[in-house]
Design a binder for this molecule. Structure first.
Ligand code: NAX
Ligand code: K
Length: 493
């Protein structure tokens, strides 16, 4: 499982490991060695390196780095305002072994070295950074120095990805055992540069004891449940997705979603169209079927056929009572339901009505796919905590899987599981892109993938499709490049 560990869970992993064998000093020695190797890869032998050390074990790693690099022939200067805190015993031992001078933080300047190791604060960051450390970070970020961060750029909260007071901008970050949510959530990800995960000898068995619930959104998380077509299967076995179209001048979004659903793997896809939009939809469809849908009764008739087992509502559907009625009908039908865009915003101020409709049939999969604006309108603008925690509590409140979109899309399930995406290129933010995502997820639900996994897989496929299409992408391209992405996914099985 591609688990992410919060700083608290990571401390537990360290504790369990130390209790079972290697000492904290051994783990620190391995951590320092991994960072020293990263510096050696980019710094010419004999060059100058500055190591900036804080009062805790992150600083302890820094003293190990300094000792190893000095031994390798680099010219070292260590900056720290004081020796390690006596409570950080491993760091105190690493400081004793350094056996060299320390300069005050205020003395650091970019003249001291081209390469800087940031070992101020890591997992133990507990308040906003101020004083000499904040001043140094400002000067460091303005300099042309190459910065290698130990564990996480100092000032970035490992649990949330948010800066606390001041935060280092690194070119490279070496973290240990597993990444933390703060390495993937924005803006933390932008502070990390290239991330390396070093093995410091912590066994994967500790994950059993910790039971992490946060993951990187990678195929290892959901590939086992991905509905790859089977040789003996019929197209009906792959499910039948329904996408509801908007009115006469608002049909494109639903067609994008429908094409996403078909490419993602639904055996059949039907576009349910208001009567006045039938001819415009008909002019644009081939493999996707078209049905007349006259309001709520029309949708009820279409979904009465239980083979139509997944439905998507929202893309350009319009705001208001009519959309609320269609959503209620879809939720009452028992089909797996994806609600996007207008289907979400139509419930602004009436979210509890929506959630009651979802919870009335708890075993039926429901996925909500809001961007930040839609999320705020539905769940309230002032969500406490990180994007991760906001998505998690929203999922629990709604009783549905929530896909909180953005460059660091979070998929959260009511049971607390959450996955953070790390593969979306910036050009994926383009008109209609979200409609395709809603369709992809609907297609995977139609093919009977469970909701959390379908949402996570949909987000990942969407990101990979964006990468495959490249800069200049328009939403129409996304379904068309999916076959190549699926082929690679299958080949990696
Ligand atoms: N044995 C272990 O637990 C291991 C820990 N490792 C390293 O240890 C780090 C965690 O060490 P710690 O838990 O000691 O935490 P840190 O070294 O990140 O920071 C804790 C210290 O900083 C102070 N502090 C926190 N926020 C501050 C702020 N804003 N301004 C001023 N002071 C502040 C705290 O009072 C405490 O003295 C990891 O990030 C990693 O680099 C690695 O060596 C691997 C093994
Ligand atoms: K750091």
């Amino acid at each position: 499982m591609p688990a992410l560990l919060t700083p608290i869970e990571m401390a537990e992993a360290d504790r369990l490991t130390i209790a079972a064998g290697p000492s904290g000093q051994v783990l620190m020695a391995r951590a320092g060695l991994a960072v020293a190797d990263a510096v050696s890869r980019s710094a010419p032998l004999g060059g100058r390196v500055a190591v900036i050390c804080g009062p805790g074990n992150n600083g302890g790693d820094g003293y190990v780095v300094a000792r190893i690099l000095r031994h390798r022939g680099y010219r070292l200067t260590v900056f720290a305002d004081a020796p390690p805190d006596s409570r950080a015993a491993d760091a105190a031992a690493a400081f004793a072994e350094w056996q060299g001078p320390i300069e005050p933080l205020s003395e650091w300047s970019d003249a001291s070295a081209g390469i800087v190791v940031d070992a101020l604060y890591g997992a133990g960051l507990s308040r906003d950074i101020g004083g000499a450390a904040a001043e140094l970070i400002a000067r460091l970020n303005a300099s042309a120095c190459r910065v290698v961060a130990v564990d996480i750029p100092s000032g970035i909260d490992g649990a949330t990805g948010q800066p606390r007071g001041a935060a280092v901008k690194a070119h490279e970050t070496v973290t240990f055992y597993r990444r933390k949510p703060g390495h993937l959530l924005l803006p933390g990800r932008l502070h990390c540069g290239t991330i390396r995960v070093a093995d410091i000898g912590i066994s994967d068995d500790v994950l059993q004891a910790i039971g992490p619930k946060t993951f990187v959104n990678e195929p290892a998380l959901w590939r086992g449940l991905f509905p790859f077509p089977r040789i003996a299967a019929h197209k009906y076995d792959r499910g039948h997705a329904v996408v509801v179209s908007g009115g006469l001048t608002q049909t494109g979004a639903a067609r994008l979603a429908a094409r996403g659903a078909l490419r993602a793997g639904a055996g059949l896809v039907t576009l349910a169209s208001p009567p006045e939009a039938l001819s415009v939809n008909a002019a644009h469809l081939t493999a996707i079927m078209l049905m007349r849908m006259d309001g709520v009764t029309g949708l009820s008739e279409i979904l009465a056929d239980q083979r139509r087992n997944a439905v998507c509502l929202g893309p350009a559907l319009g705001l208001g009572e009519a959309t609320r009625g269609l959503v209620a009908e879809a939720l009452a039908s028992g089909a797996a339901t994806v609600l996007d865009a207008d289907a979400l915003t139509s419930f602004a101020g009436e979210a509890d009505k929506l959630f009651a409709g979802i919870k009335a049939w708890a075993e039926r999969p429901v996925v909500l796919t809001p961007h930040a604006g839609e999320f705020g309108r539905l769940f309230g603008p002032d969500q406490a905590g990180s994007k991760l925690e906001a998505a998690r509590s929203a999922a629990a409140r709604a009783g549905a899987v929530v896909v909180l979109k953005g460059p660091d899309t979070v998929v959260a399930a009511p049971d607390g599981r959450a996955a953070i995406a790390a593969n979306a290129p910036p050009w994926l933010a383009t008109a209609g892109s979200g409609d395709v995502l809603a369709g992809i997820v609907t297609g995977l639900l139609a093919a009977r993938m469970p909701a959390f996994e379908a949402a996570a897989a949909g987000v990942w496929l969407h990101g990979e499709a964006g990468l495959a299409a490249g800069i200049g992408l328009i939403a129409e391209d996304l379904p068309e490049v999916l076959p190549g992405v699926l082929k690679a996914l299958r080949a990696a099985e």
